[in-house]
Design a protein around this ligand. Structure first.
Ligand code: F6R
Length: 698
């Protein structure tokens, strides 16, 4: 008879806060011994039992599925995704229904992903007995020998002896008892008849499905109505809806307490559910020492304590007794070792409350959000203005474009390089741009018209080519153009340069079109930006840009683009996060970063614990880059690093690029509000410019 194992990896382990959390659930914590996660240890423990005929499966939720899968290197078909967490009966039912299609006559083992077992060989021997009893039609549960009168576990009362199989004694279950009070727990343990219910089971697939049909209203019908393919993710809306109606109930209450032919095998195997920091203290204190340490600890006069530090950080304790000290980049827990059970309560309070966006909007004193919102109209207005101007014919016939500009104006050169059909070299420095000759169109790009690097390069370059133009609100650059009769486009003043990107980029675009140098039209893209503007605006609370800003709060974004074409979007994310949110951010580009940055992940957790990769993805990315992203995600998972994905929208390449940029503009503005800063002013830039002005030229 084949044996398959199903590991349940649902909950996140609230009592192990602040190390565990919805983003870092308990099964993934490195408590499994030898640096392994609990999940990995569970897999290793059970894999020898299923042999070559059976398989180990996982049940988890959709959000965690990729990380869990990466931890175990499991193929997709071995991961069953719950449409929504509904406790263990529905999770087990889902796995059983799938196994009924894959391997109907088999025995199914069920194990929680986040327990520890010290004596693994003995555990497997007991499970072999459980499998044999399950083969005879029993619903089998393991009963763990209690080591103290716990009020945190359910109990099983042992009944008559049923049989001996595989060297194991199998008993009937007299009854299941819910978590008792202290007095009852003491009585149970003293009687010697009771075991802890560890939630580890064995049964034939058909048998458990029958019992589910009989006892769990709605679940049996739902599972019978759906095919194997329908049960696999991605789920239909219909399934998700019906799943929500299923009663959330544990397999113990829902089935085991009511079923017939229920057996138990006693298990004395050094089991722990590592449920709280006290249990972790017991698990990791080496050789029974009184102070259990994970990470770097300097302890003087420290007894009976647990110290857990973040990578790269040292915790020192002096004259401390019976303490739990758990330090993470986000939170620090200091508690009494004897009160570990109560951590759930403080965790609830300590977790950050969701941002009140209406209140935070008060930080946007200069109205950056409204400017971001009106970006599509700015683009339309810029195109319309540009179309009204005749392209100067004396500039036509160029072979390349050099666009000199800095910061929010300079990025226009990178964008023109993607939208035009001629070679465009963005230039950002004082020195004369290379390759300027009479076939070069020089574009001076400065919103203020007063940026000294831009002016310096522009002044030097205009002598090298008769083809020069500028885009500016005026300033010195405007004056220079006027004086030397150089064509220039005047854009409306009064904005931050980076917020005027629509004007800077799109006002000159109709000229390039008239000169026959435009490769990508942007009309359709602007319509798409308009719908994004409505979707991502503050009037739509909880929108995807706000949600992402919430997840990126206090993190350092490493923004990656999937191609050279979209890399400018990653760069814009970085600069917008710097200037709007006033915080660091970095950017990179695929596939290049797979040849260097990927190695740097090794110590990222230590040196940059707040790092969070943001993949900017486009359906137009090369298929091998798409594959690289999937593999990179697994690498990040394994290193415990966070990542996010933002998918481009739009029908064409220009739309894909602009949508990624626009999403970043919104996210950076919301990040600013989350940081409680005004997104608009860029005081350090102004101060530096001012100091340089006073520095003189020498
Ligand atoms: C400020 C901003 C800056 C400026 C840069 C160059 O909003 O985006 O990066 O763009 O200092 O100044 P301008 O654009 O006036 O040439």
């Amino acid at each position: 008879m084949n044996v398959n194992a199903v590991i349940l990896a649902g909950g996140w382990g609230e009592r192990l806060w602040p190390v565990s959390g919805p983003e870092r659930p308990k099964p993934l914590l490195p408590l499994g011994g030898g640096g392994r996660s609990l999940l990995r240890a569970c897999y290793d423990r059970v894999a020898p039992l299923v042999g070559a005929q059976g398989k180990v499966y996982l049940v988890t939720d959709g959000r965690l599925a990729p990380r869990m899968r990466a931890t175990l290197d499991l193929p997709k078909e071995q991961v069953f995704v719950e449409p929504e967490g509904r406790n263990t009966a529905p999770a087990i039912g889902l796995a059983a229904a799938c196994l009924a299609s894959i391997d109907p006559g088999s025995v199914m083992l069920v194990l929680p992903a986040d327990h520890l077992v010290q004596d693994e060989p003995k555990f497997r021997e007991i499970l072999r007995g459980a499998v044999a009893a399950a083969g005879k039609g029993y619903l089998v549960t393991l009963g763990v020998q209690p080591t103290f009168p716990s009020t945190g576990y359910g109990y099983i009362q042992r009944g008559e002896k049923l049989m001996e199989v595989e060297g194991q004694t199998v008993f009937q279950v007299a009854r299941f008892m819910e978590k008792p009070d202290q007095e009852a727990a003491q009585r149970y343990v003293a009687s010697g008849e009771f075991s802890w219910n560890a939630g580890i089971f064995a049964w034939r697939v058909e048998r458990i499905l029958e019992e589910i049909r009989r006892h769990v209203a709605g679940l049996g019908e739902l599972l019978d109505d759906l095919s194997y393919e329908e049960l696999l993710a991605p789920h239909s809306e219909e399934l998700v809806r019906r799943w929500r109606d299923v009663t959330p109930i544990s397999i113990d209450y829902g089935v085991m307490e009511k079923a017939s032919k229920v057996a138990m095998l006693p298990a004395e195997v050094g089991w722990s559910d590592v449920g709280d920091w006290h249990a972790v203290w017991e698990t990791i204190r080496e050789g029974g020492t009184e102070v259990a340490v994970r990470g770097r600890h300097v302890g003087h006069d420290t007894t009976r304590s647990l110290v857990w530090t973040s990578p790269g950080k040292v915790v020192a304790t002096l004259g401390v007794e019976d303490a739990i000290v758990v330090d993470t980049p986000d939170a620090l827990l200091v508690a009494d070792l004897g009160r570990a059970q109560e951590v759930r309560g403080v965790a609830k309070e300590a977790r950050p409350a969701p941002p009140d966006w209406d209140e935070l909007r008060g930080h946007d004193a200069a109205g950056m959000l409204s400017v971001v919102q009106s970006f599509p109209s700015q683009c339309r207005e810029a195109l319309a203005r540009g179309r009204k101007l005749d392209a100067p014919q004396e500039l036509a016939g160029f072979r390349r474009v050099v666009c000199t500009g800095m910061g929010g104006s300079g990025i226009t050169g990178d964008l023109l390089a993607r939208l035009l059909s001629v070679e465009v070299r963005p230039h950002r420095s004082y020195e004369l741009p290379e390759g300027i000759d009479e076939h070069t169109l020089l574009v001076g790009m400065s919103y203020s018209g007063n940026t000294e690097e831009t002016l310096s390069a522009f002044r030097q370059a205009v002598d090298k080519t008769p083809r020069a133009m500028a885009v500016t609100t005026g300033g010195e650059l405007g004056r220079l153009c006027h004086e030397r009769d150089i064509p220039w486009i005047q854009v409306p003043a009064g904005l931050q340069p980076r917020a005027a990107l629509g004007y800077l980029l799109l006002s000159p675009l109709p000229w390039f079109d008239q000169w026959g140098a435009l490769r990508h039209e942007v009309g359709a893209a602007i319509d798409m930006l308009q719908s994004m503007s409505e979707e991502l605006a503050p009037a739509n609370p909880g929108n995807p840009a706000q949600a992402l800003a919430e997840r990126l709060h206090r993190r350092v974004p490493l923004v990656y683009a999937g191609s050279e074409f979209t890399s400018v979007a990653a760069f814009r994310w970085k600069t917008q996060i710097n200037e709007n949110a006033k915080q660091p951010a970095f950017w990179g580009e695929l596939p290049e970063l797979c040849h260097n940055e990927i190695v740097g992940y090794e110590l990222t957790q230590e040196v940059l614990p707040g790092a969070c990769v943001v993949f900017l993805r486009s359906a137009f990315d090369h298929p091998r880059v798409q594959a690289r992203v999937e593999i990179l995600k697994e690498v990040l998972e394994r290193r415990g690093l966070r990542y996010e994905e933002v998918w481009a929208r739009g029908e064409d390449a220009a739309g894909q690029l602009l949508s990624l940029m626009y999403f970043g503009d919104w996210t950076s503005a919301y990040l600013a509000l989350g940081n409680r800063v005004d997104p608009s002013p860029v005081q350090p830039i102004e101060e530096l410019k001012d100091k340089l002005r006073r520095w003189g030229n020498g």
